[in-house]
Write a protein that binds this ligand. Sequence first.
Ligand SMILES: Cc1cc2nc3c(=O)[nH]c(=O)nc-3n(C[C@H](O)[C@H](O)[C@H](O)COP(=O)(O)O)c2cc1C
Length: 202
Amino acid sequence: MAPRIAIVIYSMFGHIAKMAEAVKSGVEGAGGSVEIFQIPETLPQEILEKMHAPQKPDYPVISVEQLTEYDAFLFGIPTRYGNFPAQWKVFWDASGGLWGQGALAGKYVSVFFSSASLGGGQESTAMNAMSTFVHHGLNFVPLGYAAAFAQLASVDELRGGSAWGAGCIAGPTGARQPSALELEIASIQGKHFYDVVSKVNF
Ligand SMILES: Cc1cc2nc3c(=O)[nH]c(=O)nc-3n(C[C@H](O)[C@H](O)[C@H](O)COP(=O)(O)O)c2cc1C
């Protein structure tokens, strides 16, 4: 059976949403199908306006229970103090029932990122997310180097992303958008993830 794949994002300023579309194109280009979801916002509208957050992207909001309907997930996570956002923690803190049943155990997971700066903590965000994945028994699929060696080894231009997963640099004001190279790496990650999970018997 073809793997049921979901891209699950949180995006306050739209960078992760753009990266998610590139990841999706990579999965689809490799022959898979995938849906993009967003996790619930926890901040009141008044605070979001003070933070100059634009309107949310037009993706369905997913609950933790809906994760059981998929075999594999690519999580798009914007970095907060080198970690995942509180919204992501709130989402997972509602998953105790699923954890108790082992309902997500054996599924597959990958991550991609956005941060304001180079060295702003994309890799520590990945490592911090790992604890949640490990507790749920999820199998982590890194981007690694093999599928994107030239892109990840190059230091010719500023870019986010690493062997942990694709990433974009949003800049100090968020004005910088994901570059062609960052989107290419995101697309490669989508393809690589599909290549791995499509070999699994679900
Ligand atoms: C409270 C807060 C903490 C943040 N912490 C970091 C950080 O530690 N490192 C960093 O590079 N960027 C940091 N940022 C910038 C975000 O990572 C950036 O806004 C985000 O990646 C943009 O993605 P989005 O447009 O999908 O929301 C922070 C932003 C906020 C609001």
